[in-house]
Design a protein around this ligand. Sequence first.
Ligand code: N2P
Length: 383
Amino acid sequence: MKRWIPLLAMALVMLSACGSAPASAPASAPAASTDSPSGAAASGDVDTSKLAKELFFYNWSDYIDPSILDDFEKEYGVKVTLDTYDQNEDMIAKVRAGNSGYDLVVPSDYAVTTMAAEGLIIPLDKSLLPNISHMNPDLLNKYFDEGNVNSVPYMYGISGIAYNKQDFPDGVDSWAALFDPAQIEKYKGKFSMLDDERESPGAALKYLGKSLNDTDPADLKAAEDLLIAQKPFLAAYNSSDVNRKLASGEYVIAHAWSGQAIQAHNGLGDEFSGNADIMFTMPKEGGMIWMDNLAILKDSPNAYTAHVFINFLMRPDIAARNTEYIGYLSPNKDAVDLLSQDIKDLYAQGFAPDAEMIKRLEWAVRNEKTTAFTDLWTVVKGE
Ligand code: N2P
């Protein structure tokens, strides 16, 4: 049952070796913010006199164990206020508008590139992040932020299909289960797609046998047509509570992130209870692998405190507890060693990639030359 870990590590090496690493413009280095980290804490020790009273954290929904925020407050006297979002583009729009009030955000891979290129996030002071030593080196230094200049990995995962095995006793193996009209009419109104301009068009492109980064106009038109044809059958585009709706039985199947599926299976703390019939699969046509990353906003007046918080989140015991709670995959190798057999068993049942699955996964890449995905999504959502 431990099998998935070495395989996964190996597979990730393969993926990074053969993955397309687009040349992206180097991030501009924005001016330091007001409490810019200084050399005072170069040892990695925290200078408590420099800590702010409060930190504003803008993170994805259902993406942190709330007890970790309590622990951080107990240990450092800093209260972390959490606001949530469900799509990179919403978060970036808010930050771009200025004065968001947030210190820290969690952009996915391609969104780190966008934010760095626009000078929305600041280079990190690695002397304040000694716990980076616990990270899996295969998940550092990725194409979207070489050298981890502007971000450190938080969690990673995959986007596939969550389903209720009572309704699909033979399992699910293709995106056809979400796109083929003959199949989806049987569960009309009881399934959802991720409300996300890269995810749902990406799934449609994979079903069509294309790359999820494909911007060929004919392929995008075909993906758009597929999504529009699917729309009358959908309960909703849903990235926010698909976990709850799968667990309650309101949905029988859904396009979902792997951790949402684990949450639907296991339940989530005091939030909702799980349903052990919820399973997860990566369709044979392939799908997305992604990683979300901690980054500090240029506007943050509390950059020092934000570094201390990021370093805290990279502590293996904290990262392991967080991973157990939210069910995604930890890029922290020393945290992975601390995970329970229960979650490792779920990973091995398809909630995490193995060496075979990883061959059909693809990362989303930012393409600054086109707004094709935003345009397509605007059309589909407006239908
Ligand atoms: C958790 C969000 C997972 C992030 N609700 C997908 N990139």
